[in-house]
Ligand binder design. Structure first.
Ligand code: SF4
Length: 239
């Protein structure tokens, strides 16, 4: 069967590696993995590089990341010999925001937190996706209340209706960790200190037993508000 004509329902049944292989063959240089170097992202990097060592991988440096995240980025770059594409926020926008609202604006209201995520993350993501036909993400359904409905293949209506591929949507946390151990994948040392999900340093804390794994992200906000704008308003292809 021509790979272009595989029905969406069949793609949803593919394993993560099968889906990545299909996506790399279909989109070539016009697809990239968005990586924040969380556990799912390092799994995907390992899989991608094994399929195609020149697969594109990009990251967004918000300027507020923990030192441990920079360390794992370098370890991954070294191990897999990848060329990591790095996007930074627009300098003038950061200067304007911080001059007006202060360095720690995100704690004061959801609106100011969203402004910071917009300036430091979302605008950088928009630039990264501008010339792509598809992107790959490490989202999983069990990560949080806001992610229970995501599909393996979606149309990203926020970003010019390009395709968004989520190969690990149906993976459990245990499956992610088993893969990391079996394949000796480098990961962020903060995971060993009680941080299951890691974003910017001031917006990430450890979680308590029984809390969901993203409870430590923007912990002062209600759970249904906790997305940074990178993964909002996507619509699945098939209803
Ligand atoms: Fe700003 Fe926090 Fe969002 Fe990072 S996670 S961009 S510091 S509000």
């Amino acid at each position: 069967m021509n790979q272009d004509t595989i029905p969406i329902e069949d793609l949803e049944l593919k394993s993560a590696q099968e889906l990545l292989k299909w996506a790399l063959e279909k989109y070539g240089y016009k697809i990239a993995l968005a990586s924040s170097f969380g556990t799912e992202d390092v799994v995907l990097i390992d899989m991608l590089v094994k399929i195609n060592p020149t697969a594109r991988i990009f990251t967004i440096d918000t300027g507020r990341l923990p030192q441990e995240t920079y360390e794992v980025m370098d370890r991954i770059k070294e191990k897999y010999k990848i060329r990591l594409e790095v996007y930074y926020p627009d300098t003038e926008s950061v200067e304007e925001m911080v001059s007006r609202h202060g360095f720690n604006l995100f704690y004061r209201s959801v609106e100011l937190r969203c402004l910071c995520c917009k300036v430091r993350k979302v605008e950088s993501l928009n630039r990264a996706l501008k010339n792509l036909d598809a992107w790959i993400c490490g989202l999983r359904r069990e990560q949080s209340l806001t992610r229970t409905e995501i599909k393996k293949i979606e149309i990203d209506q926020v970003h010019n209706s390009i395709i968004k591929i989520n190969p690990l949507v149906d993976w459990t946390e245990k499956e992610v960790w088993d893969y990391i151990k079996e394949n000796d994948v480098p990961c962020n040392s903060l995971h060993d200190k009680g941080y299951p999900s890691i974003g910017c340093a001031p917006c990430t804390r450890t979680i308590k037993p029984g809390e969901d794994i993203r409870a430590g992200r923007w912990w002062w906000e209600p759970p249904e508000k906790k997305e940074c704008g990178l993964h909002c308003k996507n619509k699945e292809i098939l209803k």
